[in-house]
Design a protein around this ligand. Structure first.
Ligand SMILES: O=C(O)CCC(=O)C(=O)O
Length: 311
């Protein structure tokens, strides 16, 4: 696509046929090498700074209406946790986070899964380490905070034999994730199961091979659809896990974080990103769907770059 007033230049299709099939079958796919080691390092530094600044500001809650208590628009979802910092509404907190949200590869993967033009609906990051009591946790028996972000019939449709979803996340692993490093866990294939989540979770605990855990290098992205039941994994190593996440939806759905774009930020939004940040108040969804599983991916490399200088 050439850049226009309404859209940026993003790869289409963004996924290889095998990646697309993985996403369709399991509800997720791990895409390697979306960020370089240097980009991960810079992002970790910026997230650690935000974590320190949030602590210094007395751990403001992200859900508060009062923007003045927050740090560059961001707040915490779990204000009392010492081992898990879940930072919400980070879109304006550092230009690197904004660059991540607007990264053409992330936008391409989300747009392909949604099946048309998209907007950003939420922006988060997590820094977590071992929870108190981790020594007594039995991995073969542990329970996760499983949830889904949208139900199957409302969130999903199939066209050209391919699955699409109206709530999609790109979750990028900024630190390496071995088996004990708490990578995201999912109950594979539940994005297509219109059954009560409690039943699906109970079955997964009975047969744990249904639970897939992300074990992946730093700089890889977990692309997943929100009807897929998922949770934070069990972290028992000495390593800290750092991840950054953007939620995307179709352009006519609202932003549902608790941040508010400042006038200064809005003034910097290029015309080509208007839709991504502001959406479109219109019932007429503009469709752009992959028609062939075997279509080749657009192989162009994309950098994290500078968010308001891309077109
Ligand atoms: O911490 C994780 O890996 C899972 C994040 C999550 O549950 C979400 O973004 O909805």
């Amino acid at each position: 696509m050439t850049p226009t007033e309404e859209g940026m230049d993003v790869p289409f299709p963004a996924l290889t046929p095998a990646q697309r099939l993985h996403l369709d079958i399991y509800g997720y796919v791990v895409v390697p090498e979306t960020l370089t080691a240097d980009e991960c390092g810079a992002m970790i530094e910026a997230l650690q700074k935000l974590k320190r600044d949030l602590t210094g500001a007395g751990n403001p809650a992200s859900r508060s209406q009062d923007q003045s208590t927050k740090v560059r628009g961001a707040g915490l979802a779990n204000v009392n946790s010492t081992h898990h910092h879940f930072m919400r509404d980070i879109e304006q907190a550092d230009p690197l986070f904004t660059a991540y949200i607007t990264h053409p590869r992330m936008l391409g993967m989300a747009a392909e899964t949604i099946g048309g033009e998209i907007r950003m609906v939420e922006s988060n990051a997590h820094i977590n380490s071992r929870a108190p009591g981790w020594e007594t946790q039995d991995r073969s028996n542990c329970k996760y905070s499983f949830h889904r972000g949208i139900d199957v019939p409302y969130g999903s449709y199939t066209r050209h034999g391919l699955y699409h979803c109206n709530f999609v996340k790109t979750l990028t692993n900024l630190t390496e994730l071995g088996p004990n490093d708490g990578g995201t866990v999912v109950i594979a294939g539940t994005h297509k199961m219109d059954l009560p989540p409690e039943q699906l979770i109970e079955c997964a605990y009975q047969d744990r091979s249904l639970i897939h855990q992300v074990i992946a290098p730093a700089g890889s992205t977990l692309l997943f659809v929100e009807p897929l039941i998922h949770a934070t994994g069990l972290l028992t190593s000495e390593r800290e896990r750092v991840i950054i996440i953007t939620g995307y939806g179709p352009a006519q759905l609202p932003y549902w974080g608790d941040g508010e774009l400042t006038a200064e930020f809005k003034a910097q939004i290029p015309a080509s990103q208007h839709l991504l940040w502001h959406g479109r108040q219109n019932w007429n969804r503009r469709v752009k769907e992959r028609t062939e599983l075997m279509a080749d991916a657009d192989p162009r490399p994309f950098e994290l770059g500078i968010w308001n200088q891309r077109h």
